[in-house]
Structure formats: structure tokens, C-alpha cells
Design a protein. Structure first.
Length: 326
């Protein structure tokens, strides 16, 4: 899906991920007169489909998606370029009441996204109601930038009457927002949403190179893909207690060699993660490797290690090392 670009003169430079242009799109790196650009920040409660929506609008799998709440832990940019505009989407963690320091950082990403958006996408779904998360919604209602209220998962509705009632309820909470009922998963009405975003973009030169796909380095996507496989394969507290760190990312002409460590909080979790005779970790490794190969378009050798780092979710130095705090 994407192309790795490395700086041959400086081994230490982190590879950056660039969009892969087919021939017809090479002109996308141009910037025409009257160019528009802006930050479109995607916020909302956990599990409503923010990451699914961003991936759909960007047309690439930038963010990981699972059925578990709190899948996204960082602010992740996904960039769309044409000669006439650059849209910098930001996917953010779902808004929650923090119980530990990691969740405080996650909430900070969601709150920060209110301060620098040119356009705000507040995403909800057909199941949740406005009373959940009232504090954050009150902040959204005070914003001066255009707010688009995206009601996702309308494929789950039986009839139109249900949708009218949901829209009416949200109109009371966010009276100034334009409403877009969509299904990010089924790709329904997302093109209309995209057209409106393009209309609302302010005139501006581009903020990033016109071939950029994201602000995050290659290693970030490796850790996210491994974490996605852990979220998909384990239940209870494991998905919320793991962090992944890439120790080695060595790119060769036809392959990438990766060593990564999975951190857990307790010895008992280490045992569960590894599984009988290493079977569970092997499964995670195989599934992750396949996706990493697709992501980078190269053969991947992946070595996984598991370490205990007790209570890392509440330790500031660990959260810094894992990129949650500047
Ligand atoms: N039925 C249906 N499911 C959807 C739709 N969009 C997303 N989902 C599902 O909802 C779940 C959550 O999707 P995500 O995109 O990870 O949600 P999120 O808001 O990013 O979640 P967090 O990162 O945890 O805050 C996944 O199982 C998706 O497949 C949709 O339009 N219809
Ligand atoms: Mg997400």
C-alpha cells in the first residue's frame, strides 16, 4: 500500500511512509493556484468507528480497527493529496474517563484535537446517546470551527423512522452541526461527507509534503499491527495491558528484519500471551507478519519477545518511552 523511503546517507534516519502513486496520480504532488488545506480532526467516544471512517476517507489502512473499545491510543494523521487540496485527517483515541496515566494521555490527544482543527468531525453511532460523555460534548458545542456530526453504523438500523429520532436527539445537543448519517464500514454516504469537507477547507498552502501519507514513522505501524493482532486474539485485561516497542527495523533490498518486544504488566499476563508451548505468540507473530508484509510490500522477518514492565500504564518514564508523552 505504501512505499518506504530511506535516506541512504544517514542510517539513523527513520524511514518515512509515502503515498504510492500510480501513473495517473503522479500529478498529485503538484500544488495548483487557489490551493486549499486544513486539519480535519475526528473525535468521539470509543468504538463508534472513527478509525474505520478515517481509513475510508484516506483510502488506506492507516489506523487499526477492532471491535474492542480503546483500540486507538495515539493521534494518527492520514493525509489526502490532490493538486488542489491537502486534507490532514487526525484519528484520535475515543473519549473516556481516565483510570490510569495512559488513559490520561489518550484523553489529552482527544482534547488537543479540539484546539487545532479547521473542521471537526464528531463521530457517534446509532447506538449511543448524547448523554454519554456530556462534558466533552459541551466543549464541542462551544467550538467556533465547522462541526460535522457523523452518525455512523446506520447499516444497523431497521427503518428510517429510527434515524429521524436519532438525528432529532443530536440536533438538540449540537444545534449548529451539520448532520451526516453514514456507514463507514459499508461505504455509505461517505463520499458526500468528503465533498462537504473539501468545500469547507480553507485556502492554504500544504502543511506536509504532497506525497506524505501520514505523520507517523514506519515503526509506529509495525507496533500498531502487532497490537491489533493482540487485541484480536486475547480477551479481558490483556489488550489493555500490552504495549509494543520495535527494537530493530532493518530494511534490506527485498526484505525487512524486525525485532519487537511486547510489554505486559504482570508475570501471569506474560504466560497467557505466550500460550502453551509458545502457540499463542506464534499465532500473533504469523498474523502480524502477513499484514506488515502487505503494508510495506516486502518480505518481513519478525521476531517477538515478551517482557514484564510492572504497572507501565501508570509510569511517566515508560509512557514517554512509548511515545504517549512528549
Ligand atoms: N455495523 C457497522 N460497524 C462498524 C461501522 N464502522 C465501524 N464499525 C465497527 O465498529 C467497531 C469499532 O470500529 P473502530 O473504527 O475501531 O472504532 P473507533 O471509534 O476508532 O474505536 P476506538 O479507537 O476504540 O476509539 C469495529 O468492529 C468496526 O468494524 C459501520 O459503519 N457499521
Ligand atoms: Mg480507533
Amino acid at each position: 500500500m505504501s512505499e518506504l523511503s530511506t535516506n541512504p546517507n544517514n542510517e539513523a534516519t527513520e524511514p518515512v511512509i509515502k503515498a504510492e502513486f500510480n501513473d495517473a496520480a503522479i500529478a498529485s504532488t503538484e500544488t495548483r493556484p487557489g490551493h486549499k488545506a486544513g486539519f480535519v480532526n475526528i473525535v468521539g467516544n470509543p468504538n463508534v468507528g472513527k478509525s474505520t471512517l478515517m481509513n475510508d476517507l484516506v483510502g488506506e489502512r492507516v489506523s487499526i480497527i477492532t471491535s474492542k473499545a480503546q483500540t486507538t491510543r495515539h493521534r494518527i494523521m492520514g493525509i489526502v493529496n490532490t493538486p488542489d487540496y491537502q486534507i490532514v485527517f487526525s484519528d484520535t483515541p475515543g473519549v473516556l474517563k481516565p483510570n490510569y496515566k495512559l488513559q490520561e494521555s489518550m484523553l489529552n490527544f482527544a482534547e488537543g484535537a479540539l484546539t487545532d482543527a479547521d473542521i471537526l468531525l464528531y463521530v457517534t453511532d446509532v447506538v449511543e446517546t448524547p448523554d454519554k460523555n456530556a462534558d466533552y460534548l459541551a466543549k464541542v458545542a462551544r467550538q467556533k470551527m465547522p462541526v460535522l456530526l457523523v452518525i455512523n453504523k446506520i447499516d444497523l438500523l431497521k427503518g428510517n423512522g429510527e434515524l429521524d429520532a436519532i438525528i432529532a436527539r443530536w440536533k438538540e445537543t449540537l444545534p449548529n452541526a451539520e448532520v451526516f448519517p453514514i456507514s463507514a464500514k459499508e461505504n455509505f454516504n461517505t463520499a458526500n461527507l468528503m465533498n462537504r469537507i473539501i468545500e469547507l477547507l480553507p485556502p492554504s498552502p500544504p502543511y506536509f509534503g504532497k506525497d506524505a501519507l501520514t505523520d507517523k514513522p514506519a515503526r509506529f505501524f509495525v507496533t500498531e499491527i502487532i497490537r491489533e493482532k493482540i487485541l484480536l486474539n486475547y480477551d479481558k485485561e490483556i489488550p489493555y495491558s500490552v504495549e509494543v516497542l520495535v527494537e530493530k527495523f532493518e530494511e534490506k533490498e527485498n526484505s525487512i528484519h524486525i525485532m519487537a518486544t511486547i510489554y505486559v504488566e504482570r508475570d501471569s499476563q506474560k504466560g497467557i500471551l505466550i500460550g502453551k508451548g509458545g502457540s499463542m505468540l506464534k499465532r500473533v507473530g504469523t498474523e502480524a507478519r502477513k499484514d506488515i508484509e502487505t503494508f510495506f510490500g516486502k518480505r518481513v522477518f519478525l521476531e517477538l519477545f515478551v517482557k514484564v514492565e510492572s504497572n507501565w500504564r501508570n509510569r511517566e518514564n515508560k509512557l514517554k518511552a512509548f511515545g504517549y508523552i512528549e
